[in-house]
Design a protein around this ligand. Structure first.
Ligand SMILES: [Mn+2]
Length: 323
């Protein structure tokens, strides 16, 4: 067994209290990975695990097995000391927000991730920037550990793979992706059921909200750049929750000439959250300039400026990248 897998296994075996963190604004990868790892640790190692999220827990993933186990980090005493903390899909420590202290206070810290920008903030870092999702890393680890992968665990890993490859179509989709998908289907996963549960259960107001935001898109540089703004009043008009914005930047990128697409969302006063997507340009350089992170073609950042100013600053930076 590769040394790192036995090290992680040892830490789990030694721990009496374990906490697993998902990142803020959780997606299918961080949630699916959290559940898969939590279930394996409980079933195979007979340890109790607290599976936590920070911020909001999107209801769209409630079809996942044992979704009900997720706890809001705010329900945990901030001075609680765990034997082991594991972060899954958390590119940087600040993405655990209120949970960062609990993570830091833990006796042992493990960081399992596939973001190229991850600096390795754990004591043990299982990071592979070429992995399609964290689910891939977990599956490999479970194989090395020789543990049983139940249908429920397989479903969670499948969602992690499905969502981070954008439904098996992003650049990170490789022959390994399909080999893993095939293994998971053999364990009882239904691709149709998971796809419908994940992508075809939007509330009506979400469909209308997304169409509204897309209709406000402004194109620049002969159609190579597409930017759309979401204000707080747009959010309240549609009763939108944070997950309503998911996938809109990808829709903007479907335009033929678009190289870089951005969704700028007004969060609290003076803060603008940016989701950036590109077809061929490495956008990690752009978001790093604004203190963000992510993947080559899908990244994000928060700009501490009102939305109109953030819009101009980001547009300038994106335009300079395309020159
Ligand atoms: Mn991920």
């Amino acid at each position: 067994m590769d040394k790192i897998y036995s090290e992680i296994r040892e830490k789990i075996e030694q721990a009496d209290s374990i906490i697993i963190f998902s990142h803020v604004n959780p997606d299918g990868d961080t949630l699916g990975s959290n559940l898969a790892l939590s279930m394996v640790i409980e079933e195979e190692f007979h340890k109790k695990v607290d599976s936590v999220y920070v911020g909001n827990l999107p209801n769209i993933y409630s079809y996942l097995p044992s979704f009900g186990r997720f706890k809001d980090v705010q329900t945990i005493k901030p001075d609680k000391k765990y034997d082991l903390a594991i972060a899954v899909d958390v590119a940087s420590k600040d993405r655990m927000v209120l949970g960062t202290n609990i993570y830091d206070n833990s006796v042992n810290k493990i960081n399992i991730d596939h973001h190229k920008t991850n600096v390795g903030y754990g004591d043990i870092n299982l990071i592979d920037g070429d992995a399609a999702c964290v689910g891939v890393l977990l599956y490999k680890m479970f194989m090395e550990w020789n543990v049983k992968i139940t249908k429920d665990t397989a479903r969670c890993i499948y969602t992690s793979l499905l969502t981070d490859t954008g439904g098996f179509k992003y650049e990170n989709t490789t022959s390994d992706t399909f080999i893993l998908a095939s293994e998971l289907v053999k364990k009882g996963v239904s691709p149709t059921y998971e796809f419908r549960s994940c992508y075809e259960t939007k509330p009506q107001s979400m469909v209308q909200f997304q169409a509204y935001v897309v209709s406000k898109t402004i194109f620049y540089n002969g159609g190579k750049i597409a930017f759309a703004k979401i204000t707080r009043s747009d959010m309240s008009k549609f009763n939108a929750t944070d997950d309503y914005t998911e996938g809109i930047a990808e829709t903007l990128r479907t335009s033929k000439d678009v190289e870089i697409a951005a969704i700028l969302k007004e969060t609290k006063e003076g803060y603008t959250k940016v989701s950036l997507r590109s077809k061929t340009v490495d956008i990690t350089k752009i978001v790093t300039d604004f203190g963000g992170g992510g993947h080559t073609f899908a990244a994000g950042c928060t700009i501490k400026k009102p939305i109109a100013i953030a819009f101009d600053k980001l547009l300038q930076r994106v335009q300079s990248e395309l020159e």
